[in-house]
Design a protein around this ligand. Sequence first.
Ligand code: GLP
Length: 251
Amino acid sequence: MKIRIFDSREECLVAGAWAFIRYALNNPEGTIGLCTGSTTGPIHEMVADIYRKYPFDVSRLHTVNADEFLTPKGSPVTLTMRTTMKKDLFDALGIDEERGMLPDSTAEDGDAEALRYEERIKAVGGVGLQMLGVGPDAHLGFCLAGTSFDSVCHKRAVSPAIEEIIVNKYKFDRSMGPFYGITMGLKTFMQGKEMLPIVCGASKAEAAEKAIFGPVTEEVPASILQLHPNCTWYMDREAAAGIIGRVNPDG
Ligand code: GLP
């Protein structure tokens, strides 16, 4: 495992954006795994900004999002992360629904859709670069503590923290819950050829320390990354508070 510690959140996110672009340039037919969230969102916006100024070939690139909501039955509007992905990245790069893959948030049978998503990922040759946001409790996608390391794409109830996002950001009435989503499993993530977890801010310090130096345990989902042969953490100094001095900061 490699670790790169950046002086500021901005520098860390810029490096994340260039990791996306570097991969796309070197692998024009490749597949990048993406996440929504306050860490990866700004990275997508930076990629879009750079692309607008200096377009590069993304005409054959695929992207695969880590997770997606399932729209509650009877909802007049769709609950989906695609809107955010389109606004931040897909529209700028001209990535359509076929190449910008997310599970179908309107699927009636979430379990079947999860299996179909796993197959779609395989059909595009699997993920080359897996960019990962990490939750403050070290979750990946919707894979919370206790998720099996053997898990593939699956449907699950969202966490209380995600429910708050659904209610506050997506303006869904709490009474429409319980809310469910589809997430890549931990085994699915680990099949990516290159892993790039990105963490910024003090709220991620404990999770990062546990994931990097703690035991590899299903109680800390991101600890599974210790087992990956090609994983580089990008972190700012705040997120790295618990590990500074114990690692080579330049990877
Ligand atoms: C959520 C999302 C994940 C994301 C994580 C970190 O749980 N489902 O895909 O990576 O949060 O988000 P943030 O960067 O906002 O902390």
